[in-house]
Design a protein. Structure first.
Length: 330
């Protein structure tokens, strides 16, 4: 059994997890930076991470009951993410790897979301819908990599709803608050619906929804209802097209928006029409967390993946389809 300590610091969350390659999560402790106003400020978020890093590291070790002598490697999310935030986690991971003479394991943040979701749902070979504040991707495993069948061409779905919430005066987290208002809506307003083959575009939808709020021609609950229905329907359409092409029998959603019951219900109905099974990742593992980095790092270390400390530079734009997946077979 390979045991790895993982560090997550790609955006607003700093997390430390400890997990084994056979799927046991020994610790998963996280703390999230919440801006007083506006969106994530990279410098402020990195200062948050620096402040809480040592405390969360101690807590993870205490929760697990392990010391560094019990740990086989240190995993770090090197990207994608915000540069200042990534560097905080990478600096701590390098220090721990050198101090305790442990291998350093590079982990792609997006792939970690997928692997923790596969573990949590029990799915072996799913179509993956990865939707969060920073990503909107439809993917599956093929020929040693996660291949992208569709993605956002501009802003992600989570970012679209978060920015809308912020602009109309709602505090973080924005998505559940927009959904709550949307549930009171009764009239659907036609909005830009931009699907280009397997890809999506949300920037025009966001601009139009904000324009309607500013004009005050419609009730806010109707604008929210129309925004949510349009945004989620776009995602369901491209997911269904991928499912029809791939004929997968398992479909999962991971990332922060996996917590959305409205979105999961829409996807579940679509998947049922194709005689497939749908599951969302559990809320604990939907958002950014240290456990997903630790577990993916353990899988990678078992497959011989590690990186020299002097080559472990952060990669803010690191795409998941650039990463080889040696721990999976067709």
């Amino acid at each position: 059994m390979t045991i790895v300590l993982g560090i997550e610091s790609t955006a607003h969350t700093f997390g430390v997890g400890i997990a084994s390659s056979d799927g046991i999560i020994f610790a998963n402790v996280n703390d999230t930076y919440r801006p007083a106003s506006g969106g994530i400020h990279p410098r402020e978020a990195s200062e948050h991470h620096s402040k809480f890093a040592s405390e969360l590291l101690r807590k993870a070790l205490n929760v697990s009951g392990f010391s560094f002598s019990d740990i086989d490697g240190i995993a770090i999310a090197l990207g994608p993410g915000l540069g200042p935030c990534l560097r905080v986690g990478a600096t701590l991971a390098r220090f721990l790897a050198l101090l305790h003479k442990k291998p350093l394991i590079p982990v792609n943040h997006a792939i970690a979301h997928i692997e923790i979701a596969r573990l949590n749902t029990g799915f072996e070979d799913p179509l993956v819908i990865y939707v969060a504040g920073g990503n909107t991707i439809i993917t599956t495993f093929k020929d040693k990599k996660y291949r992208i069948f569709g993605e956002t061409l501009d802003i992600p779905l989570g970012n679209c709803l978060d920015v809308f919430a912020r602009e109309i005066g709602l505090r973080y987290p924005g998505v559940p608050k927009v959904e709550q208002i949307a549930q009171r809506g009764k009239m659907y307003i036609e909005m830009p619906y931009t699907v280009k083959g397997q890809d999506l575009s949300y920037s025009g939808l966001l601009t139009y929804a904000l324009k309607l709020v500013k004009e005050e021609k419609y009730k806010l609950e109707d604008v929210c209802y129309s925004l949510v229905e349009t945004a989620y329907s776009m995602l369901v359409e491209v997911s269904e097209r991928a499912l029809s092409f791939l004929n997968k029998k398992e479909v999962l959603i991971t990332g922060g928006l996996a917590r959305s019951k409205i979105l999961s219900e829409k996807l579940s109905l679509m998947v049922a029409d194709h005689d497939s099974v749908f599951k969302p990742v559990s809320p604990e593992y939907a958002g950014d967390n240290g456990a997903m980095i630790a577990y993916t790092g353990a899988l990678a270390l078992d497959a011989g993946v590690s990186i020299p400390v002097d080559e472990s530079y952060v990669r803010p734009l690191w795409r998941m389809d650039e990463v080889d997946i040696p721990w999976r077979r067709e």
